[in-house]
Design a protein around this ligand. Structure first.
Ligand SMILES: NC(=O)c1ccc[n+]([C@@H]2O[C@H](COP(=O)([O-])OP(=O)(O)OC[C@H]3O[C@@H](n4cnc5c(N)ncnc54)[C@H](OP(=O)(O)O)[C@@H]3O)[C@@H](O)[C@H]2O)c1
Length: 422
């Protein structure tokens, strides 16, 4: 059974209707208005009965943000949400508790949308946030505790909410990057959110993907590409259904892992000559803003949108030099031959054949190798070259500012999570 909460919270559980959990938010729903005019304490049985009756009213009349008066609610054409004001637009966010998802939620709220945030009862890295912490983190949304990995459960949760969905935004990602988990989250759970979202009225899907799927050598990239293909097919086959696929370059968190070590006097470690790869890093707020633009911008409909941060592309060598300059120290590099990784991967690949349980360890090795050598920039499929010039930029936050902040305040909030590298 799912549990649904809101930061302006009212949650009811009816023992009579075990499958139901009912969420009310104080933001622009009929429920809420009903709640506001009712001075009856939530737990009273009569209130529950009234509320249950209210829930039975046709979903069509219970658009979360629709007018207070049921008769004023009208059925709208599939993509008519583009003509609605943000306060009348319901956005379902899956992956709302992740590094980017949290910022996407904040950005959507600041733009006035109604956000329904799907979350796990234990969310965050290694499930360290309980419900209270999650509610506090997702303040301003209708938090719906559910399970994106189970379509039935997800659909029931949305059904219990009694609201329609206009747009789905997915920031889901495997927290480990392991083989099975990647397929379970980057493909299956993301697909569940598409199926469930569509069932409840969604006519637009914004997907947070990754620029690296251009050259898919890893399982999570293949899982993402499979979902991307199915999403595009959905739009091809269903008039009025649209998508925006956002493929960002590297996040700041992926580049900040050495800042505190270097501050402590350790050398900056890089592979080869430090010029094997480059990226245009983008901050969480800038990427969240770009993703929020995808909700309404007509020029982002049915497009794959690679996106990087401001400024020029940076190699690991340049990132290291920037860091030493900020510290006012002489640069000290440790250059590791990339062949070492190839050797380790070769050994792991051999061992996996004997010990299949090492599958994820081998995959993590490949992930590390991939990001040590592949640029996070637009790839020309014909030449096989990456191009910084062709990689679009967005936003204002620079890696230099980020490094300076980490030097001052540490890496809090920038943890890599359960992944080894990515
Ligand atoms: N790191 C980079 O430099 C980079 C660059 C470009 C693109 N990307 C892509 O950006 C995307 C998002 O990255 P991120 O760093 O924001 O991800 P993240 O912090 O790991 O967040 C993952 C989200 O998915 C949810 N999730 C994971 N497993 C789940 C499960 N079993 N059941 C329910 N929910 C689950 C998490 O929920 P919980 O909080 O409950 O775990 C969380 O909300 C990824 O697709 C990644 O490939 C990353």
């Amino acid at each position: 059974m799912s549990l649904c909460f809101s930061s302006n919270l009212l949650t009811l559980h009816s023992p009579k209707h075990q499958k139901n959990s009912i969420t009310l938010s104080s933001e622009s729903s009929q429920f809420i208005k009903f709640f506001r005019v009712s001075s009856v304490p939530y737990a009273l049985p009569s209130f529950r009965r009234e509320l249950h009756e209210l829930l039975k009213v046709s979903r069509k009349r219970l658009k979360l943000s629709a007018s207070l008066v049921p008769s004023e609610a009208v059925e709208t054409a599939p993509s008519a949400f583009r003509n609605k004001s943000p306060k009348d637009t319901n956005i379902l966010v899956v992956g709302s508790t992740g590094y980017i998802g949290k910022f996407v939620v904040k950005e959507l709220i600041s733009r006035g949308f109604n956000v329904i945030a799907i979350a796990r009862e234990k969310s965050g890295i290694r499930g360290r946030n309980d419900k209270e912490a999650t509610l506090s983190e997702l303040k301003g949304t209708n938090v719906c505790f559910s399970d994106v990995t189970n379509l039935d459960v997800l659909e029931k949760s949305l059904d219990n909410l009694g609201v329609s969905v206009d747009v789905v935004v997915s920031c889901l990602a495997s927290r480990s990057g392991g083989v099975r988990d990647s397929w379970k989250i980057d493909y299956e759970a993301t697909k569940n959110s598409l199926v469930a979202g569509k069932k409840f009225g969604a006519s637009h899907f914004v997907l947070l993907s990754a620029i690296c799927v251009q050259k898919p050598l890893l399982e999570f990239q293949r899982a993402k590409l499979k979902f991307e293909a199915e999403l595009m097919k959905e739009a091809e086959e269903n008039d009025g259904f649209t998508y925006s696929i956002v493929r960002p370059t590297a996040f700041f968190k992926s580049l900040g892992g050495q800042v505190e070590l270097v501050k402590d006097g350790k050398p900056y470690v890089m592979f080869g000559d430090g010029k094997l790869c480059a990226c245009k890093p983008i901050s969480e707020p800038d990427l969240a803003s770009f993703i929020a633009d995808c909700v309404l911008s007509e020029d982002k409909i049915n497009k794959i949108l690679p996106i990087g941060g401001p400024g020029k592309a940076l190699t690991p060598l340049e990132q290291g030099e920037m860091l030493f300059q900020l510290l006012g120290k002489e640069p000290k590099f440790l250059k590791v031959p990339i062949g070492i990784m190839d050797f380790a991967i070769g050994v792991l690949d051999f061992l996996v054949k004997i010990f299949p349980s090492l599958e994820d360890a081998a995959e993590f090795g490949k992930i590390g190798r991939y990001y040590a050598a592949e640029s996070m920039l637009i790839l020309d499929p014909e030449t096989g070259e990456y191009s910084a010039e062709k990689t679009p930029s967005y936003g204002n936050d620079t890696l230099e500012e980020f490094f300076a902040r980490v030097l001052r305040e540490g890496m809090a909030g920038q943890e890599l999570g359960e992944q080894t590298i990515f």
